[in-house]
Design a protein around this ligand. Structure first.
Ligand code: ADP
Ligand code: MG
Length: 532
């Protein structure tokens, strides 16, 4: 890192540090590669877990790339750019986060070699972009169509996402739940599948008892102990205003001078609340979800009427309740006509120390939930993360209808085809395309390494098989042999791969184009990458 040169003091504030040219590139590449190195050991079914402990001592044990990176609190600007692609990958498609990051790291490593041999970054960027386009074209051409009716393949896609993860043990059952849930949603709306299915955790049971809830899970218990714990044939009222006495404006003062006045004041309050609860009862509802508060006395009256009520329900949950039960959210109890929704069952169940409320067996719900059970919160959390990945994969493939074989086979195919493509180019970009092609080998190589196999041997065999046009050949990480990935059911959505490749290219080229890093006083102490 160089300190400001004399002439820079005219434009840069005191204390600014500047890093230019090759030095800036080297630092940025190093930081980005460190990020990739960190998550590399988690890739694939045999990847290891990481234990993350935050400032408060909370522990997360996970194998999920994006979770690790989110928890790490990284500060370096180009490292952060790499983490962003994992987050984007997670948001857009829900799986393939580690792949995207590992690939970005390898693209940068190869770029560093090219830079060392004197190739200008703009040439590398140009070559990488050409290679990216060609890779996406090849993928699109080789991917296989997947029909919504092909439930068996959808289940395999879900299982591929969960193999070796927290959900491994119950992946058959969980895959079925995921596929059935998403297919049910897809009959109504294929576009927002992922946002219409939520995953909740429940501690205290075995993961094999996880279930699909045709409705909503609310992280809250009934407000009063005397309320029923279970309502069958629930008639549901959704209210977004408080069930309380309206507070008097702050300027108004009520002076109470005698005990009688006090008593009559309390009587009036009690009567008002009783009336409100009467109104709830008159709507025909036996279940009330209130987005705001419910007065203690009102809770008592509700309990007496046998009504199940929850207060301070999150706005997003109110919306889901409406989508699942058909109830309309109202603000005034006088407008309750034709707004009541229904659910087969509303019940309070225990999870660990807490209680949650299940709103289930809804007719034609537009939103569904998966209740993940696990013996401890760590198990339940990691299972839920794997289930969320699988939901991402299945939802993606239902929407974009194409899939590719996994276990490193697609990467080797891309590598092989891109090398052929490189030879068709004339300029120095050829070298960058060649490097891009080689970078793909990091995926099978890492899968092999993480499985304790000899990466060189595996890679050699794999390339050999692909040279003999066995295009779907991948690594069986469980026995070290090669397998036809598609036939063995290791299948991934096309879009997971294309998104990962695209964002890895984007971040790598963005980092390569930077040749000047100007750090303000505040940033500079935190942003120096540590040794690899
Ligand atoms: P990501 O965050 O990128 O999804 P994962 O840890 O889920 O990372 O690993 C995904 C990789 O594991 C993919 O390359 C996929 O093809 C591979 N994979 C998944 N299941 C298997 C399997 N049964 N055998 C070999 N490779 C597998
Ligand atoms: Mg995955």
């Amino acid at each position: 890192m160089t300190n400001k040169k004399d002439h820079e003091q005219y434009i840069l504030p005191e204390g600014t540090q500047r890093n230019t040219g090759r030095n800036a590139q080297r630092m940025n590449i190093l930081a980005a590669r460190l990020i990739a190195e960190t998550v590399r050991s988690t890739l694939g079914p045999k990847g290891m877990d990481k234990m993350l402990v935050d400032e408060e001592g909370n522990i997360t044990v996970t194998n999920d790339g994006v979770t690790i990176l989110k928890e790490m609190n990284i500060d370096h600007p180009s490292a952060k750019m790499v983490i962003e692609i994992a987050k984007t990958q997670e948001e857009e498609v829900g799986d393939g986060t580690t792949t995207a990051v590992v690939l970005a790291g390898e693209l940068l490593k190869k770029a560093e070699e090219l830079l060392d041999s004197g190739i200008h970054p703009t040439i590398i960027v140009k070559g990488y972009r050409l290679a990216n386009q060609e890779a996406l074209r090849i993928l699109e051409k080789t991917a296989k169509p997947i029909n919504k009716e092909d439930k068996e393949t959808l289940i395999k896609i879900a299982e591929t996402a969960m193999t070796g993860k927290g959900a491994e043990e119950n992946k058959e059952k969980l895959s079925l739940i995921i596929v059935e849930g998403l297919l049910e949603l897809a009959t109504r709306d294929e576009t927002n599948l992922r946002s219409n299915i939520s995953v909740k955790r429940k501690i205290g049971n075995n993961a094999s008892e996880s279930e699909l809830i045709r409705g909503v899970i609310i992280d809250k218990e009934k407000t009063h102990p005397d309320m029923p714990t279970k309502i069958t044939n629930a008639k549901i009222l959704l209210l977004d205003t408080p069930l309380e006495i309206k507070s008097t404006a702050s300027e108004t003062k009520i002076s109470i001078n005698t005990p009688e006045m006090m008593q009559s004041f309390i009587d009036i309050e009690e009567k008002t609340l009783k009336n409100l609860v009467e109104k709830v009862k008159k709507t025909g509802a036996n279940t009330l979800f209130c987005q705001k508060g419910i007065d203690d006395l009102a809770q008592y009256f509700l309990a007496k009427q046998g009504i199940y009520a929850i207060r301070r329900v999150k706005r997003s949950d109110m919306k889901k309740l409406s989508q699942a039960t058909g109830a309309k959210i109202i603000s005034d109890l006088d407008d309750a006509e034709n707004t009541i929704g229904t659910a087969g069952i509303v019940e309070q169940v225990r999870t660990g120390e807490d209680y949650i409320t299940l709103v289930k067996e809804c007719k034609n719900p537009r939103t569904l939930s998966i209740l993940i059970k696990g013996s401890t919160s760590h198990v339940a959390d990691e299972t839920a993360r794997a289930v969320e990945d699988a939901i991402g994969d299945v939802a993606t493939v239902i929407q974009s209808k194409k899939a590719v074989p996994g276990a490193g086979s697609t990467e080797i195919l891309l590598s092989k085809k891109l090398k052929i493509y490189a030879h068709t180019l004339k300029g120095r970009e050829q070298l960058a395309v060649q490097s891009f092609a080689e970078a793909f080998e990091i995926i099978p190589k890492t899968l092999a390494e993480n499985a304790g196999l000899d990466p060189i041997n595996v890679l050699t065999e794999l390339k050999h098989a692909h040279d003999a046009n066995k295009n779907e050949e991948g690594i069986n990480v469980f026995n070290g042999e090669l397998m036809n990935s598609w036939q063995e059911g290791v299948i991934e959505p096309l879009k997971i791969k294309s998104q990962a490749i695209n964002s890895a290219t984007e971040v790598a080229t963005m980092i390569l184009r930077i040749d000047d890093v100007i750090l303000s006083e505040k940033q500079k102490t935190r942003n120096e990458p540590k040794e690899l």
